[in-house]
Design a protein around this ligand. Structure first.
Ligand code: ZN
Length: 213
């Protein structure tokens, strides 16, 4: 079986997305890129996470051609492939419709540095303009918005996170949900104080040096 290890990780982290309440049913998707082999393991379209087995996970190349697996790759495969071509530093992509981050995305706002854990993205989470899911236009909007950030809100849609591995992309999705919720809640009762770029530079430097929060 091609990319056996990666396919196993996709099933494990897919279940973690449900357990962490970052997605429901068959929603959202995730992939892992094995750069040495030039192959991507990606969630199949329309399969519930707890029903998904490693052999259900689809293996494709960067052109989107299916090389192993009987099912259709995710309907949102295009932006996964675009991100791997655009960002040589990433090997995993997680996409969710998680509630609090998507609430911010429905307002077409960026997420500011209301809490230092936003550092898993950078000094903010940028916003990609709306386009139909799975469309080339949406991929284009994501590449324009994400730059070197590790997360990107999708207007009226959800969130994408990227990372050096699937654990990092998952952790970013989880922490960005916390920060989104804190932003929502603090706006409900007052005016949240946003950390300065200098404060965030210190946190990001520390994160790079020590590798944990
Ligand atoms: Zn989506």
């Amino acid at each position: 079986m091609l990319l056996g290890k990666e396919r196993e990780s996709i099933t494990q982290f897919g279940r973690k997305l449900i357990d962490a309440q970052l997605t429901t049913g068959t929603g959202g998707n995730l992939s892992i890129f094995n750069r040495a082999e030039g192959l991507v393991a990606i969630k199949p379209s329309g399969v519930a996470y707890f029903d998904m087995t490693p052999s259900d996970v689809v293996v494709i190349d960067l052109g989107g051609t299916v090389l192993d697996g009987k099912l259709k790759p995710s309907s949102e495969t295009l932006f996964h492939l675009s991100l791997y071509k655009f960002r040589p530093d990433i090997n995993a992509v997680v996409h969710t419709h998680q509630i609090y981050a998507t609430t911010i995305a429905c307002l077409n706002w960026e997420l500011p540095a209301v809490h230092y854990l936003i550092s898993l993205s950078g000094n903010k989470v940028p916003l990609a303009a709306y386009a139909t899911y799975g469309s080339p236009e949406l991929s284009e909007n994501i590449l324009q918005a994400i730059g070197n950030y590790n997360a990107c809100l999708l207007a009226n849609h959800g969130l994408i996170t990227v990372g050096i591995n699937i654990a990092a992309a998952f952790a970013a999705a989880e922490e960005i949900e916390l920060v989104s919720r804190l932003y929502y809640q603090s706006k409900c009762i007052g005016n949240p104080v946003i950390l300065s770029d200098d404060d965030m530079k210190d946190v990001i430097k520390k994160l790079q040096t020590y590798g944990n929060l």
